[in-house]
Design a protein around this ligand. Structure first.
Ligand SMILES: Cc1cc2nc3c(=O)[nH]c(=O)nc-3n(C[C@H](O)[C@H](O)[C@H](O)COP(=O)(O)O)c2cc1C
Length: 395
C-alpha cells in the first residue's frame, strides 16, 4: 500500500503535464514575438489617473502613449527653443508677496470678458490636431471644458470641423482663425462658426512659418506627423509652410464686415503692436508667442505683459498664454494686468494622457491651485488682484 501511495505521489500529474507544456511553448521561437523585449529593470511605471497631482504629471504619461513625432509636435518650440525655456523661466522672476488673510472657501474666481460670464479666468488656448493625441480629439477637449465651465478657443486647424465640435457639448466656444489670403475665402467659415455660437473670433497673426528642429528631425527620420508631399511643395529646404507670410494690419479692416462678435488679435508682444490692433478695430488682445513656436529669442509673454497692458490702458481685454502650467502662474499674470490666461500644452497633456477625463483633471487642478494661490496672496476675488502682490525681477 505504502509503495502504491509513493508511486502515486511521484507520478506525472495533470498539473505537471500542463505546466511542462506551457514552459515548452514559452521557450518556443514560435512565440518569441510575445516575449517582453525589455529586461525588467528597464521598466518604468507611469503614474495612474488618481496619482496626477499637478499639470506636469500628465506630460510623461502622454509621451508614453503616443509615437515620438506626435509628442514632439506638441512639445517643440522653434529653433533652439530658447524662448520655450524663457516662457517657463519667467515665472521664477516674479515673486508673489501677498498677505494671506483670506480663507480658501471664500475665494471667488468668477469673472467676465466682453460681458460673457466665466467661472474662472482660465481658458483653453486654440491648439491644432487634437485627434493625434486621443481619438476623441477636440470633441473630448470640449466636453472637458464644458464640464469644468471653461471657455475653449477652437483651433482653425482642428481635427474636426468647428460645427461638429460645437455639437459635442454645450459650453462657451471661441473661434480661432488663420486668415486665408483670399479674404473672401474667410467669409463662409466665419459665418458657419458664428452660426453655431462662436462667441468671439481670435485672429492669430504671429505664426508666419517656423523651424521646428525636433519636427524636422522626426521628418527626416521618417516619423513626421505632416505629410512629406506637403513639405515638398515649399521652396525652402526645410519644407516649412509659407502660407501666412502675407499678413498686414489691414487684415483686421478686411475681416471686420464678416465678424459680428468681438474680434481679438492673438500673438501681440509689444505695446506698439497692441496700439496698431486698436487702430484697426480689434476688441481684444492675446499676448502670446505661440508657446515659443513663432520666433526664437523673443521674450517670454510674462515679461512684456505690463507693456501691452499699459498701451491698451483698459480699453479692451488683455489675455495671455505661453508657458502657463500652475495656478500661481495664472495669478502672476492676473496681478500684472491680464484679464484671462489660456492653457495650451497643459490641456494637450491631459487629453493625450487620459482623454477627456485627463483634460478635465488638468483644468480642475490648475483652477484649484489658483484658488489656493489667491487665498495665500490675500485676494478674495479677481477684481482684488493687482500688482501689489507681485515683485518682478526680470533680467
Ligand atoms: C501643438 C500646438 C498646436 C497649436 N496650434 C495652434 C493653432 O492651431 N492656432 C493658434 O492660434 N495657436 C496654436 N498654438 C498656440 C497656442 O494657442 C498657445 O499660444 C500656446 O500653446 C501657449 O503656450 P503653452 O503651450 O506653453 O501653454 C498651438 C500650440 C501647440 C503647442
Amino acid at each position: 500500500m505504502t509503495k502504491l501511495l509513493n508511486q502515486w505521489r511521484q507520478g506525472f500529474t495533470r498539473r505537471e503535464a500542463l505546466s511542462g507544456l506551457v514552459s515548452f511553448l514559452a521557450a518556443s521561437p514560435l512565440l518569441h514575438a510575445q516575449r517582453d523585449p525589455w529586461p525588467l529593470d528597464q521598466h518604468r511605471r507611469h503614474l495612474g489617473f488618481n496619482e496626477m497631482l499637478t499639470a506636469f504629471d500628465f506630460e510623461p504619461v502622454f509621451k508614453a502613449n503616443v509615437p515620438l513625432s506626435i509628442y514632439d509636435y506638441t512639445a517643440h518650440g522653434t529653433d533652439s527653443e530658447f524662448t520655450l525655456m524663457r516662457n517657463r523661466d519667467a515665472f521664477d522672476w516674479v515673486e508673489l508677496v501677498g498677505q494671506g488673510g483670506v480663507s480658501v472657501e471664500d475665494v471667488d474666481t468668477s469673472t467676465e470678458i466682453f460681458g460673457l460670464p466665466m467661472k474662472s479666468p482660465i481658458m483653453l488656448a486654440p491648439t491644432s490636431r487634437q485627434r493625434d493625441l486621443h481619438p476623441d480629439g477636440e470633441l473630448g477637449m470640449y466636453r472637458a471644458a464644458t464640464t469644468t465651465d471653461t471657455t475653449m478657443i477652437v483651433s482653425n486647424a482642428s481635427s474636426f470641423p468647428f460645427t461638429r465640435i460645437a455639437d459635442a457639448a454645450e459650453g462657451p466656444l471661441w473661434y480661432q482663425l488663420y486668415a486665408r489670403q483670399d479674404i473672401e475665402a474667410n467669409r463662409q467659415p466665419l459665418a458657419d462658426g458664428q452660426a453655431v455660437g462662436a462667441q468671439t473670433v481670435v485672429v492669430t497673426i504671429d505664426q508666419q512659418g517656423s523651424y521646428y528642429e525636433r519636427d524636422l528631425h522626426d521628418f527626416h527620420l521618417g516619423g513626421a506627423v505632416r505629410s512629406p508631399r506637403r513639405r515638398r511643395e515649399t521652396s525652402n529646404p526645410y519644407g516649412v509652410g509659407e502660407g501666412r507670410l502675407w499678413y498686414e494690419w489691414k487684415l483686421f479692416d478686411d475681416l471686420r464686415s464678416m465678424i459680428d462678435v468681438p474680434i481679438l488679435a492673438k500673438g501681440i508682444l509689444t505695446g506698439e503692436g497692441a496700439k496698431k490692433c486698436l487702430e484697426h478695430g480689434v476688441e481684444g488682445i492675446v499676448v502670446s508667442n505661440h508657446g515659443a513656436r513663432a520666433i526664437d529669442y523673443g521674450p517670454s509673454t510674462l515679461e512684456v505683459l505690463e507693456e501691452v497692458v499699459d498701451a491698451v490702458n483698459g480699453r479692451v481685454p488683455v489675455l495671455i498664454d505661453s508657458g502657463f502650467r500652475r495656478g500661481s502662474d495664472v495669478l502672476k499674470a492676473l496681478a500684472l494686468g491680464a484679464d484671462a490666461v489660456c492653457l495650451g500644452r497643459a490641456s494637450r497633456w491631459g487629453l493625450g494622457a487620459f482623454g477627456e477625463q485627463g483634460a478635465q483633471k488638468v483644468i480642475e487642478i490648475i483652477n484649484a491651485e489658483l484658488v489656493h494661490a489667491m487665498a495665500a496672496a490675500g485676494c478674495r476675488d479677481i477684481k482684488s488682484i493687482n500688482s501689489s502682490i507681485v515683485r518682478t525681477n526680470f533680467p
